[in-house]
Write a protein that binds this ligand. Structure first.
Ligand code: ADP
Ligand code: GLC
Length: 486
């Protein structure tokens, strides 16, 4: 079975969030199960630097994808990801080789040509999945991820001998909505620009196109699969999603248990495992030292690693930060995003030196050290398609406090005397998304933290849970099989 996995980011090469982690780990798991899976990735500068042995497979000046006439110089290269999965890189310097971020410029504004950048990306994916491909390797299934590859199923719909598509939604809040005037420029027929197609309230929606034209839709947790069919979390697409509910499956993300393993994590000050937890305390001290917090083994340390966005509920944490440190507790934050939030976080840390510490930016090593060194992890997301950090934190013996939404419900079991006794408890879940409920949940966590024996029992349950990709990768494989049979 041959599968083309189309993703705009893949860990450890290029990452802005969980999509990269999933793209890296899921493709690796599928390969180990015998699927001949290849990734398609845009040739950002980081990608070209990280994969020096790329070979030329196609020059698009000789084979313009889908009849594009005015294409800037572009080529298709082939290499191998560090985990061993083959990767096609779409090398188009004019589109992908620039400073700034992969979606945003250096001022945090969306690149003005994102429709063209990811339109071309989607188009090349469709070419590879159809009879137009000059390559010998032809996928039986094209697996698209988020809006950046959302147009692929639409292009394929109008092509000869198209492979069936799976469209995975990692976050419905990002849809790739652009002016309708771009339809011809992107090489789409006007025929697709209708409510039963790629049109979304008069604009062109990349994600809607994917959701409409893909043969199957998945999203990253069973709870989120239900939530996106409601007005509250459907972001305007709930009608289409509930109409397609027979073709919509929620498959819970797994985690890369090698990359996120406290017993062998190069980013940590000390390794530890559920059998020998002594190293966790050493990581806490290392974290306190690195971040300029008072070095104190006893005081509970609350950790956050997050995109700074409304989705993640950070504003609610900031609202109660002073109450949190009065409990007493320390707070460490790592993240970037919304500039106002970044400023607020830094101001708060400045005001409470030694008790609150923050690093604004993207730092892989610090994210691992926070998972290991914190006692409790906070993740009060307003909505969360799946979420990975709450799983990482459990694996690192750092029980999370989470809002009851999406994948957080599916991966964290609220700690009560009963759930602790049955060996199911794995964190603290609060129902209402407000400061009082979050505060109450943290209080519950801190109370249990004082009871060393119970806390240890909770950590043991967390660390011994299975978050591997095993059953989820099988579920994706089954979807591929069903599509091929059809
Ligand atoms: P989302 O994809 O919505 O941001 P997830 O929980 O699925 O949320 O995944 C986020 C991923 O990005 C995790 O691997 C997390 O550790 C990482 N991450 C987020 N912000 C940072 C940061 N500032 N520095 C390092 N890693 C980060
Ligand atoms: C998105 C979601 C997050 C999910 C990740 C990977 O970024 O916000 O909840 O874990 O994708 O699927």
């Amino acid at each position: 079975m041959q599968v083309l996995f189309v993703s705009s980011e893949v860990a450890p090469i290029i990452k802005t969030g969980g999509l990269a982690d999933v793209s890296g780990a899921l493709t690796s798991a599928l390969q180990q199960m015998g699927v001949d899976i290849r990734v398609l990735l845009p040739g950002y500068s980081k990608v070209l630097k990280a994969l020096p042995d790329l070979e030329l497979v196609l020059d698009f000046s000789a084979h313009p994808p889908l009849g594009i006439t005015e294409l800037p110089p572009s080529r298709l290269l082939l290499g191998t990801l560090p985990g061993g999965v083959p990767v096609y890189v779409l090398d188009c310097p004019e589109m992908y080789l620039r400073g700034g971020g992969i979606y945003l410029d250096e001022h945090g504004i969306d690149w003005a040509d994102n429709a063209q950048r990811f339109g071309l990306f989607s188009r090349v994916a469709a070419m590879l999945g159809s009879a137009e491909s000059p390559l010998q390797w032809r996928p039986d299934v094209v697996h698209c991820n988020d809006w950046q590859s959302g147009l692929t199923p639409a292009y394929l719909h109008y092509m000869r001998d198209p492979a069936p598509c799976v469209m995975t939604v990692h976050n419905l809040a990002f849809q790739g909505v652009f002016p309708s005037a771009l339809v011809p420029e992107l090489g789409l027929p006007w025929d697709c620009f209708k409510p039963d197609g790629a049109e979304f309230y008069g604009d062109l929606s990349f994600l809607k196109a994917g959701l409409f034209y893909a043969q199957h839709i998945t999203t990253v947790s069973p709870s989120y699969a239900k939530e996106i069919q409601t007005e509250a979390l459907g972001f305007g697409l709930q009608g289409l999603l509930s109409h397609r509910s027979d073709s919509l499956t929620g498959i819970l993300n797994g985690i890369d248990t090698e990359e996120w393993n406290p017993a062998a994590d190069a980013y940590l000050a000390h390794a530890y495992s559920s059998e020998d937890m002594s190293g966790k305390a050493a990581n806490k001290l290392a974290l306190q030292k690195r971040m300029g917090l008072h070095e104190d083994a006893e005081i509970p340390l609350l950790g956050i690693v997050s995109r700074f966005a409304h989705q993640k509920g950070l504003d609610v944490v900031l609202e109660i930060a002073e109450k949190l440190i009065a409990m007493p507790a320390q707070l460490v934050l790592l993240g970037s995003g919304d500039t106002e939030m970044q400023r607020d976080v830094l101001a708060l840390a400045h005001q409470h030196t030694g008790k609150i510490a923050a690093y604004v930016g993207f730092d892989e090593s610090l994210s691992h050290l926070i998972e290991a060194g914190a006692d409790i992890f906070l993740m009060p997301s307003r909505f969360e398609p799946c979420g990975l950090n709450q799983m990482y934190s459990q694996r690192y013996g750092t029980p999370p406090v989470v809002h009851a939404t999406g994948g957080l419900i599916d991966t964290v079991v609220d700690c009560t005397p009963a759930s602790l006794a049955t060996g199911e408890a794995s964190g603290f879940v609060f129902g209402k998304m407000d400061a009082a409920s979050l505060l109450l949940a943290v209080r519950r966590a801190l109370r249990l933290y004082q009871d060393k024996k119970s806390w240890f029992a909770l950590q043991q349950i967390c660390m011994n849970k299975d978050f591997g990709w095993g059953s989820s990768a099988k579920a994706y494989q089954q979807i591929y099989i069903d599509l091929i049979k059809r």
